[in-house]
Structure formats: structure tokens, C-alpha cells
Design a protein around this ligand. Structure first.
Ligand code: PMT
Length: 399
């Protein structure tokens, strides 16, 4: 296998699954990558550094204050040289430390300093994995942009059966491949919308919907990782702006419309994942509306259809819309594709379990202007974002 120009730093922490990290290093070296291993003390109880050193062809780093290691490898050099950082296996302890911002050994210190994407592959006992503190730590790491590889299910070394196994080395190597794959959106300037809009009724009440912004933020994260310039116009969400993305925060549909129009000129493509309110109250009360005795009527007027207006003046830009449906998914989505003059539409059934609003997963069908249809299974919103960009690139290149 020809050498790649990629350096992968692998952090190995102390769990029985360390033996699989040995095979992972072998696979990555075989694929042509430069692999540099950092071991924690716990990991060295399971496998010797000599094993990793022999397979990787590079000295193993383990001590922050070892002068020989520091002069030969250097912890900042390790952090800077990484194209990808992988922690496999990742124990509950290391996950807790990273989530808590602790840097008390070489691995956590290098991790704190790296700007490379980080893939974390947890492996532990099923009850440890289900522990709400561990789960909250994983959610926190995911929110700030770390990639988390779900553990596999099956027989665990502790004797239990269930979720917690480190995925097979081939599975981790494939994920490494996927994360390293691309800078294939370099040169693109994506304008992405995300989240709900809020339409005020009075100073304390508003009309909105269940959008969390997760789909749009996953799209922004993936586009930035693949080399695009990204501006994210987002309604109110609880999410952190992905690294390398410029965030424009808005509240109402009219504000989103104005922000999108302002950014449209510089964009090469638009992805409209926002759940824009179709209607807003005709008037917003200046004071809190008091409770009356009888029913209350609220008059609504239509908001601008942001993406439809863009479709009328595309100027060579590619438009990707979403269709949130509860029935006749593809027929309704195909109608929106036509009527809004889109190039692609991503249809999701928001009434289906695992799909649509709020969760971390989605089930979608991609339709394009050439009649292409791609029905995708349940997957994470991050994975779906990548599939949408793969389809986008195929459409652009006429494949
Ligand atoms: O945010 P999450 O919790 O992760 O949920 C993700 C999602 C369900 C919101 C997302 O996957 C999704 O389906 N987004 C589109 C929601 C929607 O408003 O769909 P729609 O079928 O009503 O609109 C069709 C398209 O027109 C969308 O691209 C929408 O952004 C756009 N639109 C709609 C109304 C409007 N006034 N202006 C618009 O631009």
C-alpha cells in the first residue's frame, strides 16, 4: 500500500479491548498512514509499548515529564502533527476527564492541544456505558464536535452480554477512513439554515415548532470538515456553533429571510434544514395578553417562503431543501422540489420513530432534479449530512 500523507495519533487507554487497538494500528499502517501511539499507564498494564512501537514503527509516547520522550516526540508536536486523533479503547475515565477539561497526563494534555478531529471509541461494561454521567459526558463531547463511535453489542469481557464492546478494528479503520477522506468540498461556500423560528404573540408567548437544530448543525459541521466555507443561519437552539463555522443567529422567519438574502450572494450552495414557521401573528401584543373567559382568536399571516424565493433567482447556485412530512413522503417532497425549483430535497417523515425532530438520528430519502432517488436507512444526523454532500457532489459532477 502506498504511503498517505496522513498522521493518525492513537490514544490507547486501559481496558481489556487494548488488544484490538494493536490490530487497529496494524491495519492503519498497512493502509499507508503514519501512526503515532500514546498510551496511558492503564493501557500499559494490558499491552506493552513494545508491541505498538514494533507495529507502528515509531516510539510510543506515554510520559509528560520524560525528557527523552519530550525531546524525541514532543507533546505539542504530537498535537500539531495529527490529521486525526483516535482514542480506542476509550474508558469511562478518559471520557470523563476529557469532558471535564482535565489534562493530567500525556494523552489528555495532547488532546487538549490538538486541533485535529477526534474520534472516540468507548469500550466498557454495559452498566458503565449506561451510566447517565457517562452518557452526559458523551453528549457533551458530541456537542463540541468530537466524533463518537457507538460500541458494539455482544459478549463482554466482564461476563455480561450487551452494549459496550469496542467495535472490530476493521470498523474503526473504516470510520478513520471516512473522517480522513475528504477535503472534497473545498472551494464551496455553503449557506445553511437550521433550527426553528419563533413568532411572537406577546412578550412572553410565541408560535414555534420542535426543531432542535441538530440536523442543520450536523450539516454545517460536515461541510466545514470537508473543507467548505460555511455560514450557518440559525433560529434559537441550545447547540454550540461547530468549529470553523460562522454563525448568524436569528429568531423570526422574517429575520431568517433577511439574513439568508444577505448571505446568498457569496454562497455557492444553500442547504435549508430550518423549520421555518409558515405563519406569524398579524400583530404582536405589546403587553402580556390577559386570560379572558371565552375562546381566543389569533389571526395569522403568511411568512415569506425563504427557499422558494431563492429558487426564483438561483444564479447557478445549487439549492438543497428539506421536506418534513407525515404522509406521502416522496410524492410531497417531489412536489416541493419542483415548486421551489430545488436541485435536491431531503425528505424525512417526522412522525416516524428515529426520524425528524430533535433526536440524533434521521431516516431520509434524497430526491434530485434529475429524478434520482436514494432511500437511506436510519443513521446519525452526522452520517446523513455526509450522504447528502456525497449526493450533492455526484449531482454536480453529473454522475
Ligand atoms: O432540527 P432538528 O430537530 O434536527 O430536526 C430536523 C428537521 C426535521 C427540522 C429537518 O430534518 C427538516 O425536515 N427541516 C425542514 C423543515 C420544514 O420546514 O420542512 P417544510 O417541508 O415545511 O419546508 C420545505 C422547505 O422549505 C425546507 O427546506 C424549509 O427550510 C423551507 N421553508 C419552509 C417554509 C418557509 N416559510 N420558508 C422556507 O424556506
Amino acid at each position: 500500500m502506498a504511503a498517505t500523507d496522513k498522521t493518525i495519533v492513537i490514544g490507547v487507554t486501559g481496558g481489556i479491548a487494548c488488544y484490538k487497538a494493536v490490530e487497529l494500528v496494524r491495519l492503519l499502517v498497512k493502509a499507508g498512514h503514519r501512526v503515532q501511539v500514546i498510551m496511558t499507564r492503564g493501557a500499559m498494564e494490558f499491552v506493552t509499548p513494545l508491541t505498538f512501537q514494533t507495529l507502528s514503527g515509531h516510539p510510543v509516547a506515554s510520559e509528560t515529564f520524560n525528557l527523552t520522550q519530550e525531546s524525541e516526540i514532543g507533546h505539542i508536536n504530537l498535537a500539531d502533527s495529527a490529521d486525526l486523533f483516535v482514542i480506542a479503547p476509550a474508558t469511562a475515565n478518559i471520557i470523563g476527564k476529557i469532558a471535564g477539561g482535565i489534562a493530567d497526563d500525556l494523552l489528555t494534555t495532547v488532546l487538549m492541544a490538538t486541533q485535529a478531529p477526534v474520534l472516540i471509541a468507548p469500550a466498557m461494561n454495559i452498566h458503565m456505558y449506561d451510566n447517565p454521567i457517562l452518557q452526559e459526558n458523551l453528549r457533551k463531547l458530541h456537542r463540541v464536535g468530537y466524533h463518537i463511535l457507538e460500541p458494539a453489542e455482544g459478549f463482554l469481557a466482564c461476563g455480561y452480554e450487551g452494549k459496550g464492546r469496542l467495535p472490530d478494528p476493521e470498523v474503526i479503520a473504516a470510520e478513520v477512513d471516512r473522517l480522513l477522506r475528504k477535503n472534497d468540498l473545498t472551494g464551496e461556500r455553503f449557506l445553511i439554515t437550521a433550527g426553528p423560528t419563533r413568532e411572537a404573540i406577546d412578550p412572553v408567548r410565541y408560535i414555534s415548532n420542535r426543531s432542535s437544530g441538530k440536523m442543520g448543525y450536523a450539516l454545517a459541521r460536515a461541510a466545514a470538515r470537508r473543507g467548505a466555507d460555511v455560514v450557518l443561519v440559525s433560529g434559537p437552539t441550545a447547540l454550540a456553533c461547530p468549529a470553523g463555522v460562522r454563525l448568524v443567529s436569528v429568531t423570526t422567519a422574517v429575520e431568517m429571510h433577511d439574513a439568508v438574502n444577505k448571505e446568498f450572494g457569496a454562497a455557492t450552495a444553500v442547504v435549508a434544514a430550518a423549520a421555518v414557521a409558515d405563519y406569524r401573528p398579524v400583530a404582536t401584543a405589546e403587553q402580556k395578553i390577559k386570560r379572558g373567559k371565552g375562546p381566543m382568536e389569533l389571526r395569522l399571516e403568511p411568512n415569506p417562503d425563504i427557499v422558494k424565493a431563492l429558487g426564483e433567482h438561483k444564479n447557478g447556485k445549487l439549492l438543497i431543501g428539506f421536506a418534513a412530512e407525515t404522509q406521502d413522503l416522496t410524492a410531497n417532497a417531489a412536489k416541493k422540489l419542483r415548486e421551489k425549483n430545488l436541485d435536491m430535497i431531503v425528505a424525512n417523515n417526522v412522525a416516524e420513530a428515529g426520524s425528524g425532530f430533535d433526536g440524533d438520528t434521521n431516516i431520509a430519502t434524497i430526491l434530485d432534479r434529475n429524478g434520482g432517488t436514494q432511500a437511506l436507512p436510519l443513521m446519525s444526523k452526522d452520517d446523513l449530512a455526509d450522504r447528502i454532500y456525497d449526493h450533492f457532489l455526484a449531482l454536480k459532477s453529473g454522475r
